[in-house]
Design a protein around this ligand. Sequence first.
Ligand code: NAD
Ligand code: UDP
Length: 332
Amino acid sequence: MNILITGGAGYIGSHTCIALLGAGHKVIVADNFYNSAIETIDKIQEVTNKKIIIYKNDITNYFELESIFNENPIDGVIHFAGYKAVDESIKRPLDYYYNNVLSTINIAKICTKYNVKKIVFSSSATVYGNNMPPFVEKMKLQPSINPYGETKVMSERILMDMVNANFTFKVSILRYFNPVGAHESGLIGENPNGKPNNLMPYITQVAKGKLEKLRVFGNDYPTIDGTGVRDYIHVMDLAEGHVAALNNIKQGTNIYNLGTGKGTSVLELVNAFEEANNVKIPYEITSRRPGDIAQAYADPSKANKELKWEAKRDLLSMCRDAWRFEKNNKTL
Ligand code: NAD
Ligand code: UDP
């Protein structure tokens, strides 16, 4: 299939390009490089030895998006493009609603106009808010989590309503848990601008000596050791989940959790990283980060069954691959 990947130069998009090219699909990437680098496209081509068609386009601009559909036959779209930082979304809510919601509306409109029936959308476990884990797809979503989460809830709703109006569409909404790690080549990985917000890139930068020590946000949660628990998933497992989602896409709207189903605490991840890479990660316990929840992990059984997909890589591989990329990453 010819697949348009919006945000395909970003962290999850770039790994998904590798998985799709490996599975024999043709890939067209549309990215404005707001949070990524054009060199990533060269690296994907180097790893796969396959060509990508690339557009430096903004998905919020309908006409820029339409030019891609005029120039290429497209069988399906995977829509990754968007802003993703929770903290930033609280400070700049309008930018988040504009970019994330408008881009989804444009994708829905263009797919309707060009009769492209297959859409896979990047949603997030954040939509579950304070529900009790393990999170299952049919749980009632929590309103007003944060502007970022709201953009995901709204985007899901827009796509569902599109399907309600025309049931021939096939939409898969994928709710990701915590993607970490990097492609085994060490050539592509997560390369956040500035100081990382997320735990794994923070740990790798401490390991590299770029940051002095990790701050563990709270050790008084009702968890195994008091620190926050998340469902870390290797980014290549997540990428392969998109290939499975496309291969098994069904009529209507279908929602799937992409996670491992296993919860890992902050200190467990620190220990795993030290063990996998034989490095020390100095840390201090600080107060809780506002807005954090104690635990979030998936019930991935629906994706396991219906997509015939399962996360395979363990925590040690996630830590090894994340560190390999950080060591190779000359841009830091
Ligand atoms: P990323 O920032 O690395 O990638 C997003 C890409 O989209 C970037 O290359 C950016 O330049 C591009 N982009 C943003 N706005 C655009 C626009 N208007 N037009 C064209 N390109 C645009 O983020 P990621 O981690 O790869 O996340 C991909 C998607 O998955 C996002 O929608 C994010 O909300 C979602 N998600 C991510 C996580 C995570 O932890 N990384 C978890 C759950 C959901
Ligand atoms: N965390 C931490 N120090 C950091 C970054 C994160 O202790 O510098 C904790 C955070 O409180 C949470 C877990 O690590 O319990 C995962 O945080 P991340 O931001 O990576 O993911 P999210 O909270 O969005 O699931």
